[in-house]
Design a protein around this ligand. Structure first.
Ligand code: C5J
Length: 228
């Protein structure tokens, strides 16, 4: 059992029953020329989450722990795209339109891919989802239950949209979630802070919030104890 510092109180987990969730670290959200920027967002605000997430990813890989990557996007024929999502805000560029990285938020486009720093490796689950909630219209729950996963370490973008929606959905399904504050990011710093505060409020009503440094220290300390 590993114990790491977190809000509202320490988070305890076994690596063998924990999955690292990397939510939507796609070029479409994080790089210029993608879907995120087409909505008028400053994508550099999300890029700060990449390097700390890479360190956590390395640790999970070194320990043979489960890693799941999600990608938000739609089928090329857009048959899984509701008009409500396509038309919301009457944007000048819509999902499926051509952008500098190919068709926005469409599976198979360059922009739909995960950023190279966090690219999945052989054996890791890559889950395509049409919505914000990674459990909606996917087999995520079946994958987690079949692997005996009870705890999730959550990273990704954006904090108050796909991360928050997914963590709430995971919490309702009985998964214990630790959200890493420096491994998540938002185009709106105030929404990032608020979403994190909401997770941990009221005794952890949605989950726990910690940092990558504390988590990596806790994993390293547990390695030391095991060796001694
Ligand atoms: C958004 C996401 N923000 N991955 N998607 O549209 O948070």
């Amino acid at each position: 059992m590993i114990t790491t510092a977190a809000e509202p109180y320490p988070f305890r987990f076994e690596l063998g029953r924990t999955a690292l969730l990397c939510i939507d670290f796609q070029r479409d959200f994080v790089e210029p020329g993608g879907f995120g920027e087409s909505l008028g967002n400053d994508v550099s605000r999300l890029q700060v989450a990449i390097e700390p997430t890479r360190r956590v990813l390395d640790a999970f890989r070194e320990h043979g722990a489960m890693v799941i990557h999600t990608r938000e996007g739609h089928r090329p024929d857009l048959s899984d795209l509701y008009p409500a999502k396509r038309d919301r805000g009457n944007p000048s560029l819509r999902i499926g339109d051509d952008g500098p990285m190919g068709r926005l938020l469409v599976r198979g486009s360059a922009g739909h891919e995960i950023v190279p720093e966090l690219a999945p490796v052989e054996g890791e689950v890559v889950l395509d989802k049409p919505g914000k909630d990674a459990f909606y219209a996917t087999d995520l729950e079946a994958i987690l239950r079949a692997s005996g996963v009870t705890h999730l370490v959550v990273t990704g973008v954006t904090t108050e949209v796909c991360v928050q929606t997914t963590v709430r959905a995971a919490n309702d399904r009985g998964f214990e979630c630790l959200v890493l504050s420096d491994c998540t990011g938002s185009y709106f710093p105030e929404f990032h802070q608020s979403a994190l505060a909401m997770f941990a409020a009221q005794g952890g009503i949605v989950g726990w919030v910690g940092t990558s440094a504390d988590l990596l220290d806790a994993i390293a300390a547990s390695d030391e104890t095991r060796k001694a």
